[in-house]
Design a protein around this ligand. Sequence first.
Ligand code: ATP
Ligand code: MG
Length: 581
Amino acid sequence: MAWGAIRKPAAERRKAAMPDPDAARKGFSWQSAAVLLDGLPDGGLNIAHEALDRHVAAGHGGEIAIRWLGKDGARRDLSYAEMAAMAARFANVLAAQGLRRGDRVFALMGRTPELYAVALGTMKAGMVFTPLFSAFGPGPIRTRMEIGEASVLVTTAAIYSHKIADWRAEIPSLRLVLIVGDAAPEGCMALGPALAAAPDHFATVATKADDMALIHFTSGTTGRPKGVVHVHQAVLGHALTGRMALELAPGTVYWCTADPGWVTGTSYGIIAPLVNRCTMIVDEAEFDLERWYATLVREKVAVWYTAPTAIRMMMRAGADAAKGYDFSALQFLASVGEPLNPEAVVWGQKVFGKPFHDNWWQTETGGIMIANTRAMDIFPGSMGQPLPGIEAGIVTRKGAALVELGPGEIGELALRPGWPSMMRAYLHEEARYAKCFVDGWYLSGDLAMRDARGYFWFVGRADDLIKTSGHLIGPFEVESALIEHPAVAEAAVIGLPDETAGEVVRAYVTLNAGFTASEALEQEIRGHTRKRLGPAVAPREVVFRESLPKTRSGKIMRRLLKARELGLPEGDISTLETDER
Ligand code: ATP
Ligand code: MG
């Protein structure tokens, strides 16, 4: 099946924050975009001030910042004024404990309102915020706290006693452990009473644009996670891309389904929506089909930012499961994290009445770089075009230099450094950081292609590319063809060494409800991919699996499938979802 373009009618273009992307790109400068921010009253730039305090000062304190949905059905609204007060209280708690500017505050907890106050209060106090997935085991927590030199840990009593207490004393930098709730084990401090006793005003520390604000660990899809440093200046990127790529505006009801432990859940699950004065939905619970559909409808979510893994889970349940829900409030759907299969883009159109808009970025880029925006026609399978202020190219190495490739050619996706949310370091890995910058470009490690219209197409991670009988194959193309087959829910494709072909293509798939693994089905699926892709590219073998190994942020770990297949060491699996371990 060929995937036709999804054209945007003129009426839809007019509604877009950026009705004419080409014109916006031409007339753009980061300097002029700075009007989106206020800056601190006495100079300096601080993310928390842009996200909360300035809205309160401008008389918007009564607007809802967070609509929190508890696991157990609770529903609580927190206004901008309440969030600002809670963040100020948290900053006061830190200061009262003698913590100083630049100290590192780690959060290891579920998506409760406190998490958001901790994030913003930390930055308000001029300290550095690092969120971790609360489901991490003790090993991954400890390594990250060591790499990040944690001064403070905010967590729950249960997590503390099960995962931290045993080795806490062995982290020399760790000075304070705060426990969410009213009571704390010995040697820790209860956060509830501390917040209640703290003043609800705190003069924001006058951080500079280039001061460190956040450390995020990468997803660990290709290897050991890196600690990526971001500065307060990043907020300019979040403000602008939230508006241009995600249609965030004051009052927009917005739901980002990512946990802050993944960079998406911080850049676009905390900062971008608050800076743009949205009302953001925070759901404490994990993916649940009915809960999600009901949330979209009940909360009248207008903008929804999610990931391919979730979309494929919805697809797996079938379009019928979405019948009877009224999704008419939805204005804009976006996806990030992995390549979005064309089938998934179109599925959005069928089920929600709007296509999913794929966009591309990395922990390192801090914010969205390439996107399908609201006014743009969509070519399903493409990640879209660079946003204003972003210059992207497809490059290849020629000796020590890089050359840019033309339309249709596959090479490494590269960006011209200089956008505000660019990473400033890999913690303790200077050489690795330096290697990312070559000849005036930042190298992403992803392979892609740009077409004649200027749209970018993801091919695969540089490490995942398969070389077979003189062909170069990107796993994404093969995986997308596989999931077009009605039986296939998800697919992962790897190359296995082969004496004659160099490598052969092997596919792992999970099946949709109502299909059973069989030799006949395997042949049929292979037949389908041969027809779609030709015999050289189609998988030689299709293996059925109950599930595929994924990171906590929902990315398929192809390297793990390969290592297991070849009996090689599994490498760093700290981000692997536990049910796969
Ligand atoms: P690690 O760097 O530790 O291996 P990771 O690269 O998965 O992990 P992230 O920074 O969370 O960590 O993910 C960024 C990567 O995700 C991109 O480099 C790209 O490979 C992939 N990605 C993100 N968005 C898209 C997209 N829209 N299409 C294709 N791939 C995407
Ligand atoms: Mg990466």
